[in-house]
Write a protein that binds this ligand. Structure first.
Ligand SMILES: [Fe+2]
Length: 165
């Protein structure tokens, strides 16, 4: 019997941290961390949401084929630094406010995922807009689709056009 392909999706350290379990392309479970911590828009690592998804899906972390984090942190950090430097000294307060989270958490997300979940297999980092398109595609009834994503942020892109076939 063929084993299913189980992918755990994670977002963290921005806003509304969440986890999602996808099995063979179908969403099995999804939850935001705030539902468990009772902190509105909780941005902490979604350990409780992840545990819920795993339990609901009847799998343990060692049976997950790969974890996907919702964006490419280093590419986003590159954009953030370039933007701050281009407009300095304007934005210094925002820069000083943002950097601790980047230096302490976001730059180390791969290690945080490994240690928090005791996960040794692949961790993937799709682009921010690819994650948005996927969140629309996987719950849809379509086998192929064209997407237009428009967002205030991403790595560098704030919009994209994609075709999934
Ligand atoms: Fe977004």
């Amino acid at each position: 019997m063929r084993k299913s392909v189980d992918i755990l999706g994670i977002s963290a350290f921005y806003h509304d941290s969440a986890a999602c379990l996808i099995r063979d392309g179908d969403i099995v479970a999804a939850a935001q961390e705030e539902r468990f911590t009772r902190k509105k828009h909780d941005c902490s690592f979604p350990e409780r949401a992840t545990n819920f998804c795993l339990e609901y899906g009847g799998v343990n972390i060692n049976e997950i084929d790969c974890i996907a984090y919702y964006e490419k942190p280093f590419l986003k950090f590159d954009r953030i630094l370039n933007t701050y430097f281009a407009f300095a000294p304007f934005g210094i307060r925002s820069f000083l406010k943002a950097m601790p989270l980047w230096i302490k958490k976001k730059m180390w997300i791969k290690d945080i995922i490994r240690k928090s979940l005791d996960f040794e297999r692949d961790i993937l980092f799709p682009e921010h807009h690819q994650s948005h398109a996927s969140s629309a595609f996987f719950p849809s009834p379509f086998k192929e689709a064209a997407f237009l994503t428009v967002d205030g942020v991403g790595e560098w892109a704030t919009g994209s056009v994609k075709i999934i076939v």
